[in-house]
Design a protein around this ligand. Sequence first.
Ligand code: ADP
Length: 257
Amino acid sequence: AEEQLRQAQKVEALGQLTGGVAHDFNNLLTPIIGSLDLLVRKQIGSDRERRLISGALQSADRARTLVHRLLAFARRQPLQPTAIDLRELITGMADLISSTTGPQVKVVVDAPADLPPAQADHNQVEMALLNLAVNARDAMADGGTLRISAAKKSAEDGSSDVKPGVYLVVSVADTGVGMDADTVARAIEPFFSTKGIGQGTGLGLSMVHGLAQQLGGGIRIFSRPGVGTNVELWLPMASNTIRPAQHTAAASPLTHA
Ligand code: ADP
């Protein structure tokens, strides 16, 4: 719990720092973009000079996009965990995810009808899944399959990332380029990205990880280069909505909630 608190405080501090820097940066970019825009529209100078100016404007525009993403990250809403139906949530997102990943990716959504509810923040889980879908899309430039599924799973003692107990797990699995072991190990680090400047912020997985931890769960990443990646979002069960029929004698008691 102490480690979790420290992690949450780190994410919080990071959010404040990021927000502050991004805000100042945004203010500095405004006159740069304004001036370059004016020069581009005036069509002054030689061909070469005009090319240089429009190149500078393009870079400044990319910087603005990046800064806006950082601001969105820093302005996260406070969590409002309630009992949520993950089957409904993921099937409801299927169209949005398909349009995010594009026509070259086949999207498959699947969850059992009797899935118990998770204790989580509906909007934040949607945001997290969208982030994971964007990563999957980027990993499957040549097409592939994105499978989003939800299931009840239990974490055993000794697993590093989540406490032992029963969880609702949303899995986002792609058939993309995959990651080597070093990349997997660093993937949740804030600002770690293998995508080019202006392409990735390196905040997606750290945000998803931070969210899962705040909710009392965690994430697990399985990946093989050339085969694909599966990112699992482990969320606690909603404590007051246990359906007794779904628990066999062997099921763990819900002591973690
Ligand atoms: P970003 O997507 O902005 O780079 P993330 O934190 O979401 O930031 O991801 C960090 C890095 O982890 C990515 O740059 C990429 O190298 C790797 N990664 C994340 N998801 C996947 C995936 N589905 N397939 C392959 N690599 C991935």
